[in-house]
Ligand binder design. Structure first.
Ligand code: 5GP
Ligand code: ZN
Length: 114
């Protein structure tokens, strides 16, 4: 997707603070952090959001969660706890139309979110 900012981050057109990368996913710090730890994990393949998950592409979701487990362990926040959020569409507050998982940690998070 030529006009997608996360595709541009994947191909290096827009710089980012990368935490992890492999052939399927990229993890990078959110530009506007809402917590001491706030990074995003995105598939390298452009998928708009969970509404576009199918039998053919769903294995990316389990891969994303394995990567989240690894990074949160590396950052030392797994035991204290953290939150994984993915926003879908307008009511979900999705502002970037490339599926992404927010990982928030490093402070006590309130529930429910707004
Ligand atoms: P959404 O609101 O779609 O769930 O989340 C989009 C997230 O992407 C926001 O938290 C926003 O701060 C982040 N973001 C938007 N543009 C950029 C960017 O160019 N670089 C980085 N690192 N994060 C971005
Ligand atoms: Zn994209």
């Amino acid at each position: 997707m030529s006009d997608c900012i996360f595709c541009k981050i994947i191909n290096g057109e827009i710089p980012s603070e990368k935490l992890y990368e492999d052939d399927k996913v990229l993890a990078f710090n959110d530009i506007n952090p809402e917590a001491p730890v706030h990074f995003l994990v995105i598939p390298k393949k452009h998928i708009k959001n969970i509404n576009e998950i199918t039998e053919e592409n769903s294995e990316i979701v389990s891969h994303v969660f394995k990567v989240i487990k690894k990074i949160t362990q590396d950052l030392g926040i797994s035991e204290d706890g953290y939150r994984v959020v993915t926003n879908i569409g307008q009511n979900g507050g999705q502002t970037v139309g490339h599926m992404h998982f927010h990982i928030l940690g490093g402070r006590n998070l309130v529930w429910p979110p707004g």
